[in-house]
Design a protein around this ligand. Structure first.
Ligand code: GAL
Length: 414
């Protein structure tokens, strides 16, 4: 199904380009330099495995935050990523914690005579683009597949895992989304192969598995070095709507035991700011993804965001729930028809609570403090309104808008 997808505005009308971001002689210099680095590291007493592990443990201690270029835009390629990186900084998204600029599929050209992966004509100089993103204080994400072809039919990494990992490291890539697409055979072995290749480069690269949760990917994702793994098929597979947010987001319950610092469940990107998603629906996705400790990967055009979209993506009190140091994924604590209450324990002993209404009209939703594991008397703060609500006994009720949410921080009174 995915393999047939074509994204027309990325199509390279002139055919494949074989212009590598790193020239062959530069590549061999880089490889020589990294070989020297490894020798020096070994001589410096630190065993190689210890050195690499120390790097790994720094990655994704809280869920990654960033932006992805997967969704169609008026711009493409190098021009798109630069414009969005500029906007990431100028809008305040970076200051709010978003850092990864992720090129998704469709950047690949073919391979040069040595088998090195080359970007297509939309990315004339990948290294220069990565440097540009880095100069903005941001990180750079790239995309590939364990198969021969990516989902959009471009060059995959099959049989070239080591070489591609070297290219990514040489360009300065910080994040790899590795998308199963045309992959075949043993998924665990295929994902482990690329992980080993990334590790050998010595560069800390966040490893994002994308195999849509097949074969319970969440159960083995961390064992193959995954820092995040998709738990679902594409969130916007049938177009962008609240139904996608609702169906994907609320079905995440039960996966919480697989998530923690360095390794997170990923129910796919944020649709906030996309046409077809209103502000209540956007607040629902943001609240739920924060309660789920999911990656926060925006997908909207940051250069043309409304003030409301920006406010929803950057509310510091809601983001703090997502980025909480304890790294505990929340879960559902009560459900009645279209009404759901979710809770996420936080490092300071307080709890974040979401009151959700999946119905098409406003409805009062009650959280029983006992259901949410809270004491009888609780102090509440409304995280979207950013105001203290006072102290409540045993329960709290709020009227929740259609497709909307009320998100609370609950602190016990002792
Ligand atoms: C899908 C993947 C999407 C996107 C797309 C690119 O398989 O789930 O997130 O990366 O491929 O072609």
């Amino acid at each position: 199904m995915f393999g047939n997808r074509q994204i027309d505005h990325f199509k390279d009308e002139k055919g494949q380009y074989f212009k590598c971001g790193v020239a062959e002689n530069e590549m061999s210099q880089i490889m020589k330099r990294s070989a020297l680095g490894v020798i020096l590291a070994v001589l410096a007493i630190s065993p190689l495995s210890t050195m690499v592990l120390a790097q790994e443990t720094r990655i994704a201690q809280t869920p990654p935050m960033g932006w992805s270029g997967f969704f169609p835009s008026t711009k493409s390629g190098d021009e798109l990523i630069r414009a969005e990186a500029d906007a990431m900084v100028s809008t305040g998204m970076k200051a709010a914690g978003y850092e990864y600029m992720n090129v998704d599929d469709c950047w690949e050209g073919g391979r040069d005579s040595l088998g090195n992966i080359c970007p297509n004509g939309h990315y004339p100089d990948m290294k220069a683009l990565v440097d540009y993103v880095h100069r903005k204080g941001l990180k750079f994400g790239i995309y590939s597949s364990p198969g021969l072809k990516t989902c959009a039919g471009f060059e995959g990494s099959f049989g070239h895992e080591e070489q591609d990992a070297e290219s990514f490291a040489a360009w300065g890539v910080d994040y790899l989304k590795y998308d199963w697409c045309s992959g075949s055979g043993d998924q665990v072995a295929a994902y482990r192969r690329m992980y080993e290749a990334l590790k050998r480069t010595g560069r800390p690269i966040l490893y994002a598995l994308c195999q849509y949760g097949r074969e319970r990917g969440w159960a083995w994702g961390a064992s193959v070095g995954g820092n995040v793994w998709r738990t679902t098929s594409d969130i916007a597979l049938n177009g962008i709507s609240y139904d996608d947010i609702s169906l994907v987001g609320f079905e995440q319950n039960g996966l919480e035991r697989f998530a923690g610092p360095g390794h997170w469940n990923d129910p796919d990107g944020l649709l906030i700011g996309q046409p077809g998603i209103d502000d209540d629906e956007a607040r629902t996705q943001m609240s739920l993804w924060c309660l789920l400790a999911s990656p926060l990967i925006a997908s909207n055009d940051l250069t043309q965001m409304s003030p409301q979209t920006l406010a929803i993506l950057t509310n510091p009190e809601v983001i703090a729930v997502n980025q909480d140091k304890a790294g505990i994924q929340g879960h559902r604590v009560a459900e009645e028809g279209p009404l759901e209450v979710w809770m996420k324990p936080l490092a300071d002993g307080s709890k974040a609570v979401g009151l959700f209404n999946r119905e098409g009209a406003p409805i009062p939703v009650t959280v029983s403090f006992r259901d949410a594991g809270l004491p009888e008397s609780v102090q509440l703060r409304d995280l979207w309104a950013r105001k203290d609500l006072g102290v409540f006994q045993r329960s709290y009720t709020a009227t929740v808008p259609r497709h909307g949410v009320v998100m609370l921080k609950a602190t016990g009174q002792f």
